[in-house]
Structure formats: structure tokens, C-alpha cells
Design a binder for this molecule. Structure first.
Ligand SMILES: Cc1ncc(COP(=O)(O)O)c(C=O)c1O
Length: 441
């Protein structure tokens, strides 16, 4: 009979021996020293040693409802018992119909038609193919270039990677896919914000140089999420919409990370009142309970695909496109977001956290900026002094004190579940204050 401690040792050895972790440096032989989480409840997760953490990462900005929601589990389980899924190629099931209808109800009226996938990367790939074939079916054979932004992140698959701009993510995977043009974002990585008109004029020059009738689509996150919570200047997305309209280019908003309440609005597009031709959704759509992504577009784009000479529809899809139990999970998560007024909570708690963090860091020479919208907040650290980025030291100090944050280069992102309470935000701020104290020592 294995005791708990022995079993734990064995699991850690198996982790080190058999599990290949994404985006993780190899730990070498022996037992794994990675944190091992075994349960969760509300905004907290517990590791194998029983230590409790307030999770301000939301498990890769996923867990909108936090952990351990019996209502979501029972909705998904009930659907799984009845009919876990059936392929949507040439057939239908009820949950994806209901979810597509619900998404159409929630989005601006022109966005009516949803295609489902399982991840954000698949959503990006789907949008790339959708945009290219759309133009071709309308007789615009030269339009196939897709524009993305420096600092953007759209996924790890080959097309999504080519559309994102990170040299770290791309190096060694040559040859990169062609047909992508990467341009500067107005809220650049240097911290300098280019005024909207100037940034649009710069973009227009790039489009003109490429040949405007060669551009199929522009893909942008309304707020760059993984790229450090970079918020565009106020009029930018509106001007971008106008530019795309002028040039006959489709505008795609990647709201995989920002959608379903993360930024204090149901969709980040509401902050600027700009409607794209295609929107990509995932993460908070299902709160991490099931994998699912949605690509929602207009009637015009949908009906154009009926002209495809080979199928009379979209020649694209995945085994689990519109997985019935996943769609049921999303419907249950959306119901909870609505019933518990979590979008409002995201705005209220986000403002409380942002104000608190600004006040804690106001005089800190270590911090160059604190920014955010809703429960998507970044602390940008000043250049480090001794080789270990301050943000790394901050994240380690936070974990020791029972707070999990997301750290990348010199930026720490705080994105707790949308259910977080004012008193939990208070604990979070107290912990952040203690970590800053310890950094100074
Ligand atoms: C804006 C955005 N798009 C796409 C993706 C890729 O999603 P996934 O990791 O589910 O493939 C991410 C992941 O963080 C994202 O933030």
C-alpha cells in the first residue's frame, strides 16, 4: 500500500520522466520540482503539499469562474451522459446551435454566424483561411496577405506563429509561413504611445507599399494581452476600422484573451465601440472547464462561402469542432457570468486593484508603469540591476507568500478569476505590498 508521500514522490518522478511540458525549460533528471497543483476552489488552488494560493493567473487567463464549480461540472456531465458529441460536418447537435445563438445575441448585431474550434490557435488558423478564401470567392485573387502587430500573440500553430511577432517563439521553426506582414502597434514595446492618427498614417504607408489590393485582413487584439497588456490610444481602433473599410480589408479582433468579461466589458470592443468583421473568442468563454473557441462573423462572409465551387461551404473543420459537451459548458459559464454580474464585478474589482497597485508602486523606482482594464492588469518593471529581472524576483516572492502571478520578461500580469471579491483583492494588494518591501531589502 502506497502512502500519500510515497505516491507524491512517484508522481514527481513520472513527471520528470514522461511528461513534456509546454513552454518549460527541461528540469534535468530526477524528480520534478515544478509546482504540482491538485485541487482548487473559488479563486484558490492548492498544491500537493496542501499550500493554498490565490491565483491571479486564472490558469493562463482561463478560469473566469474560478475552480470547483459544481454547476458547470453537472451541466457538462449531464450532456456527456446524454450525447458527449457528434460531428458537425453534415449533421447537428443541440448545444452548438444554442451556443451560436447565444453568442449572436451577445455580440453586436452584424456578427451572426459562429464556427467552433477547440483552442485560440485553431481560431486564428480558421480566421486566416476564412479571410483568404472569402476574397478569392469574390474574385479578388490577389488578396491573401494578413497583417498582424508587433507584440501580438495569436497562438503557437504555424499560421498563428507567423502572425505573432515573437522571435523567441519563432526561432528555429524555419521556414516561416509566408503571406504575413507585421506592423508596429501604437502602444509599442518601448512604452511610447504613438498618437492614433500618426500610427494609422504609418500603417497606411505599409499597406500602400505592399499593395492595398494584396491585403486580405488585419488581425489585432483590442488590447495586447500576452504582449504586456498594451492598450491602444483612444481613437485607434475606430481609425483602423475606417482604414480597413477604405481598402476593402477585413478586420479581425482576436478576443481570445479579452472576451467574456476579462476587461470589465463583455467584449473589449465595447470600450471603443468598434465592430470587426470576425471576432475570435476562447478562454473566459468556458472558464477553462472545457476546451473551446469560437470564430464569429457576418452573414456576408458566411453566405460568400456558398459559392465555393468544390463544396458550396467552408472546406475546413476539426474532429471536435462544436463539441457538444464543450458547448454545454460554455452555455453554463455564460449563464453564470450573466447571473452573477461578473462583467460588472470585473470592472469594479479591476478598478479597485488598479488604484491599489498604483498607490503601492507610486514611489517605487522599480516600477515604470501600472496599466490595465478590468481584471487584466500589468505591472511593468524598470530595467533590472543584477541580471535577474525584477519581475522574476517579484513572481517568486509572490508565490512564496501564496499569490500566483503571470510573469514574462519585465512584466507581471495580474488577471484573477472574474469572481474575485473585494476582500480577496485586499489580500492580493497586501501581498503585493509585502513583496515590494522584500524586493527593496
Ligand atoms: C489573444 C490570443 N489569441 C490566441 C491565443 C492562443 O490560444 P491557445 O493557447 O488556446 O491556442 C492566445 C493565448 O494566450 C491569446 O492570448
Amino acid at each position: 500500500m502506497k502512502t500519500g508521500e510515497y505516491l507524491l514522490q512517484e508522481v514527481r518522478e513520472q513527471d520528470s520522466k514522461h511528461l513534456w511540458h509546454p513552454w518549460t525549460p527541461f528540469g534535468g533528471p530526477g524528480i520534478s520540482h515544478l509546482p504540482l497543483y491538485v485541487s482548487g476552489s473559488g479563486c484558490h488552488v492548492f498544491d500537493a503539499e496542501g499550500k493554498k494560493y490565490l491565483d491571479a493567473t486564472s490558469a493562463a487567463l482561463n478560469a473566469s469562474l474560478g475552480y470547483g464549480r459544481a454547476d458547470i461540472v453537472s451541466a457538462v456531465s449531464e450532456q456527456m451522459s446524454r450525447l458527449m458529441t457528434f460531428e458537425l460536418a453534415g449533421a447537428s447537435t443541440v448545444p452548438p446551435i444554442q451556443l451560436a445563438t447565444k453568442i449572436a445575441d451577445l455580440l453586436p448585431p452584424s456578427l451572426t454566424r459562429t464556427f467552433f474550434c477547440s483552442s485560440g490557435s485553431e481560431a486564428t488558423e480558421t480566421a486566416i483561411k476564412m479571410v483568404r478564401l472569402y476574397h478569392r470567392l469574390r474574385g479578388e485573387f490577389t488578396r491573401n496577405l494578413i497583417v498582424g502587430f508587433r507584440g501580438g500573440y495569436h497562438g503557437a500553430t504555424c499560421g498563428a506563429l507567423a502572425l505573432s511577432s515573437s522571435a523567441f517563439n519563432q526561432q528555429g521553426y524555419d521556414p516561416a509561413l509566408t503571406g504575413f506582414v507585421i506592423v508596429d502597434h501604437p502602444s509599442g514595446v518601448t512604452g511610447m504611445v504613438t498618437p492614433s492618427e500618426e500610427a494609422i498614417a504609418r500603417l497606411e504607408r505599409v499597406l500602400d507599399a505592399e499593395g492595398p489590393n494584396k491585403i486580405a485582413g488585419v488581425v489585432i487584439e483590442p488590447i495586447l494581452g500576452i504582449g504586456g497588456v498594451r492598450i491602444p490610444p483612444d481613437n485607434y481602433l475606430k481609425l483602423l476600422r475606417q482604414l480597413c473599410d477604405r481598402y476593402g480589408i477585413l478586420l479581425i479582433f482576436d478576443e481570445v484573451l479579452t472576451g467574456f468579461g476579462r476587461t470589465g466589458r463583455l467584449f473589449a470592443l465595447e470600450h471603443w465601440d468598434v465592430v470587426p468583421d470576425i471576432i475570435l473568442l476562447s478562454k473566459c468563454l468556458t472558464g477553462g472547464y472545457v476546451p473551446l473557441s469560437a470564430i464569429t462573423t457576418t452573414d456576408d462572409i458566411y453566405t460568400t462561402f456558398s459559392q465555393d465551387p468544390l463544396l458550396g461551404g467552408f472546406r475546413h473543420g476539426h474532429t471536435n469542432s462544436g463539441h457538444a459537451a464543450a458547448c454545454t459548458g460554455a452555455l453554463a459559464v455564460i449563464a453564470a457570468i450573466e447571473n452573477e454580474r461578473l462583467v460588472q464585478n470585473s470592472a469594479i474589482q479591476g478598478k479597485f486593484l488598479l488604484d491599489g497597485l498604483r498607490s503601492i508602486t507610486a514611489t517605487s523606482p522599480d516600477v515604470s508603469d501600472v496599466r490595465g482594464l478590468g481584471l487584466l492588469i500589468a505591472i511593468e518593471f524598470a530595467a533590472d540591476d543584477d541580471g535577474t529581472p525584477l519581475a522574476t524576483r517579484f513572481a517568486k516572492g509572490a508565490a512564496i507568500r501564496g499569490l500566483l502571478v503571470r510573469q514574462q520578461e519585465n512584466i507581471v500580469t495580474l488577471a484573477p478569476p472574474l469572481i474575485i471579491t473585494t476582500s480577496e483583492c485586499g489580500v492580493l494588494l497586501t501581498t503585493v505590498g509585502q513583496v515590494f518591501e522584500s524586493l527593496r531589502r
